[in-house]
Structures are given as C-alpha cells and as structure tokens.
Design a protein around this ligand. Structure first.
Ligand SMILES: Nc1ncnc2c1ncn2[C@@H]1O[C@H](COP(=O)(O)OP(=O)(O)O)[C@@H](O)[C@H]1O
Ligand SMILES: O=C(COP(=O)(O)O)[C@@H](O)CO
Length: 586
C-alpha cells in the first residue's frame, strides 16, 4: 500500500520536487527531470538515463559525478515523453554528444528514439543503448526483446565511468553495449505493488506462493511457485542465471562477476543479506570470482515485495569502470575529484513550444470550435472508462493505460482550448492537442496518440473545414505513421489492429461520397468489432508480450480505448449531422 500522497495525479511531480530539495548537492531540476548540479568538464560525453517514476533510485538517484549526467523522469510507470528526454539531454550535454540509455520498454523506445532524432537534428550527436537484462522476459534467441530491470545500474555505471575517463561517444556506446551484453538478471515477487491512490495492488500472489520472473511495473510473474527458504531462493536465482553465459564468457570457472542483489521496495535489507550469504557461497562453489558485490535497492517497484539477482560478467575494462569512483544520491564509491557548482541557465521546452499560431481561414477557425468540442468528447470518454482501461491493462501489463490516457486527453483538451483562444484553425488545434497529449502523458499510448492527432491536424490544415476526404487522408496518415514509428502490424494485439480497419473503412466510405458523419459512423462500427476481436490474439509487442497467455480472452487496452473514442466521436458527428440541414462538413 502506498500511504503517503496528496493528489495521486501529482505524485510524480511532487516526488521530483522533494527529491531535488533533498539532493541539491547532486541534482537540479530541469524541465522533464533532473541534471547534475555540479559542473562537468566541457566536451565530456553526457550519459542521460531515464524511465518511468516508481523505481527509485532508478533513475534520478543515479545522477552525479562518475555516473549519469541527467535523468528524464516520467510519470508513474510510464516512459518520459519525447520532449522530456530532449529537454533533459539538452540541459545535460557538455558538447561531447549524448548517450541515451534506458530499459527496453515500448514507451521508452518510442520516446527516446524520437528524442534522439530531434537532438541530432539540433546538431547534438546522440546514440541510444537499451538495457535488456531480464532473462525471464524472452529466450536467448530473442534477447534483444528482453526488459530492463536492475541491470540498468551496470550499464549506466559503465557508461558514466567511461565518460568521466574521457572516452568519446563511440567509446561510451561500446562499453554500454558490452555491459548490457554481459549483464543478466532474474527475480521473484511475493506481492504486487499498489499505485498511489489505488485500492488494489496491480497483481497479487496467493499466500505462501511466489511469482517467478518478475517485472518492475506490477506485471504478474511469468510463473508461480511456493515461497522457498532464503537459501532456496538463492539457489533458484543463481541456478537460473548460470544457465546462460554471455557471449565472450567461455566458461563459468574462473570468470569474474559482480553480483547485485536488488530489493524491489518492501523486502528488508536483513532478509537480502540472509539470501546473499548463500548467493555468494553458490557463486564461489561454481568457480566464479566475486567482485565488489552490491546488496540493496537499485531498481524498485514501489512497495512490491520481491528481489532480483543481477550478474555483471566483467572483463578487465568493465571491472575498472565498475570500480571507478561515483557520487550520486543513491550510489557512491571511492572519492570523486572535488566538484564545482555553477549557475546554469535552465532550458525550457515550453519556450520553444509557445509559437505564434499560423494564419487560418474564417471557415477553418469556425470549424476549430467544433473540433475542440470533439477533443473534449475524447477526454470525457476516457474519464468515463478510466478504471475499466486500468483493469484491462493490469491483466497482462502495468495497469496504467487508463491514467495515461486520462493525462494525455486532459492535456489535449486544455491545449485545444488555448489554441482556439489564440485564433487557431482546425488543423492547428489538433496539432497542438497532439503535442500536449504526448508531452504530458508520455508512455506508448501518449507518443502514438500525439502522433495521430498531429497527422490528422496536418491533413486537415487551416484553410478548409474538415470533410470526409481530408479526415480520411489524415487518419490514413496517422495509421501509416503509427505503424512506421511503433513497428506493430495487424495481428500483434495493439491499437494498430483497430486503427487499420478503421482507416480503411473511412477511406472507402469517403471515396464513395459518404458524409463525414456517415463514413465515420461505419468506420467506428468496424473499429468496435476489431477491438473485440483482439481478445483472441496473443500480444507480440509492448508490456503484455511476456505475459501472452494471461492476455488471451481480454481485448488489448489500447485497441479498446481507441474503439471507445471513435465510437463516442461518431455519436456526436451523427447528432450534429441530424441537426444540420444538409452538407458534408463537421
Ligand atoms: N508498438 C506499438 N505500436 C502500436 N501500439 C502499441 C505498441 N506497443 C503498445 N501499443 C499500444 O499501447 C497500449 C499501451 O498503452 P499504455 O498502457 O498507455 O502505455 P505503456 O505500455 O507505455 O504504459 C497497448 O495496449 C497497445 O494498444
Ligand atoms: O514503465 C516504464 C516505461 O515503459 P512504458 O512502455 O511507457 O510503460 C518505465 O517505468 C520504465 O522505464
């Protein structure tokens, strides 16, 4: 149970504020997260980490000399938005380029990749390395699909130490990839976590049982077994990790490993030490040299009771980088060189977003009001279904689909109203709504809904009122954009399964000369049917993929929310058309 919070929706922002107040000697607040408050050498590669909040000390607690230069801190269990990542990286960079490194989750990949593109376009050399240490989340042949859990630390540490030693961007990327390749983790959970304000944990494990193959977002385990003794748990964790040797490690005997026993949030240090005693014995019995072990909390999941073991299989270079000094709020070793503090001007992403609205025709400005009303309908629809969407997502995911959609649609609604007040046309209203959605919501659905609204706004433009053909073209552009950005195809059990038939039906009806209301209504029927049909699919993308069987029988949450939204919009368009005497505009 998370007991201490004010308004649950403010939790992440308030947590960052308090964290900065408590750690000003390490970090300063920048839009989107934190950056070092200390001066780093000019020309040093900046290591920028990040992810959702709820995993402390990942990610802000690992910012400081010898480790990360900045952390993009998203909402609870949701990736930071593209704007947040870009903003933190811009504030943290020192002229030597930026490495973005983070756990391999759909939302993080979408948003960090987009930020990388934007940073490069702004002339900042930028590379990304995803952390994929969790052996339970995909077989060795698909290890690029694995999730990142406590192994984040080894990759961030190697990269941060290399940057501090003066490696160039290519060199920092090389060691980050090497550390990831040589890091494996495996974990268990005894209870799920409860998000602030939620009445129930995201999953529960029957008394005396243990989830095996944990996620760090309250995802249920991959399997379940009886709770063993501490020694039994050590045997399970070590046994599983020694089944798979990383490339470049020929044999167990004689290899050197850094073991990290990580508590997930509600397991006592004393319990961890009892487990670690046996872990150390088992590693030694297997012929391994144990290097600088760590026992504590490095990547948590709120109040989840659980533990994971990580092994970093070091070579000479990784061992040196792992052992190099670092001084951050949550990870300290050796003594770093004296640091200086400086007044650094804050970058503000809001500043470059406060652009003047482009010119719009009277016809488009008139239509903009009706478009903004539809954005309000989207918000209302999400509000009405927020709990249902969360429950659906908790079956095989992280339970945040409802709150993510709520944050995004509320921000979109407010931005649409602001754009109207500034005299925007219909296209610009949708583009502004899309920007606000992705910026405020973060996560996968935030990035994708933001893109969809921007594409739709671009196709509609600011000259004519939206009509069946321009809307169908905009939805088709959104569908293409989402598929090329998120790389999901029909059948992967995502919102794409609904978007594609919705778009095809809308285009077909528009081409036959149907009005926007009629075309949209028929397309919405197709969307509702397609969303229901996703219940029979096994997920191949996103958070639910490792829990494919659990998701069978439940529709994909993103597909379901998409269908709810387009159905609600259809009802309004039909009502308006009934009120209008004649015509095809809306
Ligand atoms: N690669 C992808 N392409 C398109 N849609 C995706 C992709 N990955 C996930 N999704 C959609 O995103 C939804 C999850 O959204 P949400 O829970 O808000 O984001 P997150 O998983 O980042 O917390 C899924 O139900 C699915 O419909
Ligand atoms: O949850 C996280 C990001 O993943 P999404 O795909 O946006 O859910 C985050 O906590 C780990 O970075």
């Amino acid at each position: 149970m998370t007991r201490l919070f004010n308004a649950p929706e403010d939790f992440a922002d308030e947590m960052v504020r308090g964290f900065v107040a408590a750690n000003a000697r390490y970090v300063r607040a920048v839009p989107g997260g934190v950056a070092r408050s200390t001066v780093s050498p000019a020309g040093e590669v900046a290591v920028v980490i990040g992810g959702g909040s709820g995993h402390y000390p990942a990610f802000g607690g690992l910012v400081g000399p010898g480790l990360a230069h900045g952390a993009a801190m998203g909402n609870l269990f949701a990736s930071p938005s593209t704007q947040q990542v870009r903003s933190v990286a811009t504030a943290a960079q020192q002229g030597g380029g930026v490495l973005l490194t983070y756990g391999n989750y759909a939302g993080d990949v979408l948003n960090f990749d987009a930020a990388q593109e934007q940073l490069r376009a702004a002339g900042i050399p930028c590379e990304t390395v995803t952390v994929t240490d969790d052996v339970s989340s995909a077989p060795p042949a698909e290890k690029h699909k694995r999730r990142g859990i406590a192994g984040d630390l080894t990759v961030f540490k190697a990269a941060g130490a290399a940057a501090a030693e003066g490696y160039d961007l290519e060199g920092v990327v090389r060691v980050a990839r090497l550390a990831n390749e040589r890091t494996r983790s495996f974990g268990v959970a005894f209870t799920g976590c409860t998000l602030p304000g939620a009445a129930e944990p995201l999953f529960s494990v029957p008394e005396g049982r243990m989830a095996v193959g944990l996620g760090i977002h309250g995802e249920p385990g991959i399997g379940e077994t009886e709770v063993p003794t501490a020694a039994g748990l050590a045997e399970l964790l070590v046994g599983r990790l020694l089944e798979e040797l990383p490339e470049g490690v020929g044999r167990v005997e004689g290899a050197r490993v850094v073991p990290i026993l990580n508590g997930l949030g509600a397991v006592k240090y004393e319990e961890l030490f009892v487990v670690f005693g046996r872990v150390a014995e088992l590693l030694q019995q297997a012929g391994l040299e144990v290097v600088d072990p760590q026992v504590g909390e490095f990547c948590t999941s709120f109040d989840m009771a659980g533990a994971s073991l990580t092994l970093l299989w070091v070579d000479e270079e990784l061992e040196r980088l792992w052992s190099a000094p670092a001084d951050t709020p949550a990870f300290r070793r050796g003594s770093v060189a004296p640091v200086a503090y400086a007044e650094i001007a804050e970058t503000d992403v809001a500043a470059d977003e406060a652009q003047v609205v482009p010119h719009a025709s009277d016809e488009s400005r008139d239509a903009a009001e009706r478009v903004a009303d539809l954005v309000s309908i989207v918000r209302q629809t999400v509000d009405e279904h927020v709990d249902e969407l969360g429950r659906m997502d908790a079956i095989a995911g992280d339970g945040d689909h409802g709150i993510g959609m709520q944050r995004g649609s509320h921000a979109a609604d407010a931005a649409a109203r602001e754009a109207i007040a500034a005299g925007a046309g219909a296209g610009t209203v949708l583009e502004r709504a899309g920007d606000a959605w992705s910026h405020r919501a973060g996560g996968t659905s935030g990035a994708l809904w933001g893109l969809a609204l921007r594409e739709l706004g671009g196709a509609i433009g600011d000259e004519r009122a939206p009509h069946a053909t321009s809307v169908a073209a905009g939805v088709a552009a959104a569908s293409d954009g989402i598929r090329s950005y998120g790389k999901a195809e029909v059948g992967d059990k995502t919102m794409v399964d609904v978007l594609v038939p919705f778009s095809a039906t809308l285009t077909r009806e528009a081409e036959t000369g149907a009005s926007l209301a009629d075309a949209w209504g028929i397309a919405a029927d197709a969307a509702v049917a397609a969303a229901a049909a996703t219940a029979d699919l096994l997920p191949r993308m996103g958070r639910a993929r490792p829990h494919a069987e659990k998701s069978l029988g439940t529709p994909d949450p993103g597909a379901h929310s998409f269908a709810l939204i387009v159905r609600a919009v259809a009802d309004v368009l039909t009502e308006r058309a009934g009120l209008a005497t004649k015509g095809t505009t809306a």
